[in-house]
Design a protein around this ligand. Structure first.
Ligand code: FES
Ligand code: FES
Length: 154
């Protein structure tokens, strides 16, 4: 069945079953592999994208539930004000280790900063708690979010 979805400012028509996860549409149909597959069960956050600016787990978001919502992925988050600040802070703080979780981390952090420009530690913990990092980069992630929120250089 054909679905029309809006991703990063572009409109795509995709022919997939309605219960196909958005993650597979992004990666396998559209070839956008920046969004990662970790658990497939909404447990790790690696697949996080934005739907109308809110973070969602694309591994459990079926294509037939997306509708007219605007999808933003790691490939375009740098074009948003919050995403640009987060990505700069990520570079300044050298956050990634293996990198596998990091696109999901950046998507959750960008959504947090866009909705809450001055998050507390509790706000950060709450917003990021669903994003798992097996390399343990949590301390640098928190520092980077604080830097992005304060506008300080690294
Ligand atoms: S792959 Fe979606 S939450 Fe883990
Ligand atoms: S940087 Fe390796 S899993 Fe997070």
């Amino acid at each position: 069945m054909a679905f029309t979805i809006k991703v990063n400012g572009n409109t795509h028509s995709v022919d997939v079953d309605g219960d196909t996860p958005l993650l597979w549409v992004l990666r396998d149909v559209l070839g956008m592999t920046g969004t990662k597959f970790g658990c497939g069960m909404a447990l790790c956050g690696a697949c996080t994208v934005h739907l109308d600016g809110s973070p969602v787990r694309s591994c459990i978001t079926t294509i037939d539930s997306v509708g007219d919502s605007v999808v933003t992925t790691i490939e375009a988050i740098g074009a948003t004000a919050a995403g640009a600040k987060i990505q700069k802070a990520w570079l300044d703080r050298e956050v990634p280790q293996c990198g596998y979780c990091q696109s999901g981390q950046i998507m959750s952090a960008s959504a947090l900063l866009a909705s809450n420009p001055h998050p507390t530690d509790a706000d950060i913990d709450d917003a990021m708690s669903g994003n798992i990092c097996r390399c343990g980069t949590y301390v640098r992630i928190r520092e980077a979010i604080k830097q992005a929120a304060s506008g300080q250089r690294g």
